[in-house]
Design a protein around this ligand. Sequence first.
Ligand code: MLC
Ligand code: AMP
Length: 491
Amino acid sequence: MNLYALLYERFAAAFDWPALAWPGGEDGSGSVTWTYGALDRASARFAAALRRRGVAPGDRVLVQVPKSPEAVALYLGVLRCGGVYVPLNTAYTEREVAFFSGDASPRVVVGAEADGPRGVDIDALWSEAPAQNAEPTIEPRSDDDLAAICYTSGTTGRSKGAMITHRNLISNALALHRIWGFEPGDVLLHALPIFHVHGLFVALHTAFLNASKVLFLPHFDAGEVRRLLPGATVLMGVPTFYSRLLAEPGFGSADCETIRLFVSGSAPLAEAVFGDFQARTGHRILERYGMTEAGMITSNPLDGERVAGTVGFPLPDVEIRAVGEDGAEVPAGEVGTLEIRGPNLFAGYWGLPDKTAEEMRGDGFFVTGDLASVSDEGRVTLVGRGKDLIIAGGFNVYPKEVEDRLDEVVGVAESAVIGAPHADLGEGVVAVLVAEGAPVEDDTLRAALDAGLARYKHPRRFYWVDELPRNAMGKVQKNVLRERYRDAYDG
Ligand code: MLC
Ligand code: AMP
């Protein structure tokens, strides 16, 4: 089934209800509200415009646009015409976008490549469709057809497109809607970006399945979120949202009287933040775990014990196991690499069958690269990552990609990029460099990185050394560097 057909069933009963409330509004109300009817009609209009541009079922539509209600309608429009939605971080530079565009070979590129034949901005696309009564068709799709390709960085520094099917999205949305107890009257406060799984799929799908009102913010601002909390019942965020709310003077239970659920994910929620949040507000944040390739995988329970430092239990129909280096499942409580299987699991990496095969077991389990223990009761505790990944404020940064850019800079002989503890973002990016001649100024490094690397990936601390620590195999010992520079941000 087409995911949009499922959503439409819910929308059709709620055409007059508020869907997205967006700051602004010329009437002085402080917000512009789109009803579910308006959202449905706008998605039909975008679908019509995309069809006119030749988008047929299965064609990719690459999108790099700022967050807005129109952007949501565009996403739904792509689903509706059977296209494959390929969202990109708005921070990506032209060089990064060029890679994705070349890789995904989209029929249409919205928001980028304005001068190219496939490029169009979102307003122009909107005006290309018939203003009235765009045909309300929803292209039939089978469960295995692709709904989206979401790029996720690779350890080799090359991004891979995770192919996500309608089944993946539908199964995950229905499961989360149920286990998180969505009910009539729920209002979601949405401050996440909509180019990643968390803000686009997890948050929007659960709210839309519920025909809930969504207080839709362009970006996270702690003061603004606090101001809007009393009109909401659910907030979903990365850990930084919660630590920043706690940093608001006087923030506490009075701000949270209407809230029934705070959800955290995409990066580890520090036990101290969980504890402080409970002490100040009385709320135990519900932590869940997921990834681009599998949507949501585990969740702490809505009813039942939410244990700090754990990510809870597998979602319905999701199987997990922790596996040792010999490939055998480790005993309960011991640490292994987490492998998972279920209707949420993606269809593979776009154009990379060998890479897909490397990360899939013969019995259909996917190797997540996360290290975890699973208790006797099935509760999962993540203890680290086997993959060389930094997560800053919920955004992933792959060291290899940053090292490749640094190594291109004249005067840099070699580099090693690591994550260091960061009070606000969880981890911050640190570069350790070996000079070729005189060390390069930080500003020169920054300018060089600006040319091809999104700002959130930039190291904000640079250290020059005579040589990088290596093991007997000649491999850089990142654990040594992580220890040496652990106070880079918070020292
Ligand atoms: C912004 N900056 C960051 C950053 N966000 N640097 C490192 N890490 C980040 N996450 C930099 C900008 O480049 C800029 O630098 C400066 O910080 C200020 O930018 P800003 O836009 O004002 O930032 P801010 O409002 O502080 O944003 C922080 C944030 C945001 C935490 C609110 O990053 C955010 O919304 N993160 C959510 C990420 C997310 O949705 N992840 C889900 C992935 S899905 P300069 O130099 O340019 O001035 C997934 C699966 C799952 O992982 O399980 O959910
Ligand atoms: P992404 O590639 O953006 O999909 O990021 C997925 C990765 O984020 C996972 O493989 C985990 O390493 C990490 N992650 C997601 N949720 C959590 C969580 N609750 N705690 C710790 N790590 C998490």
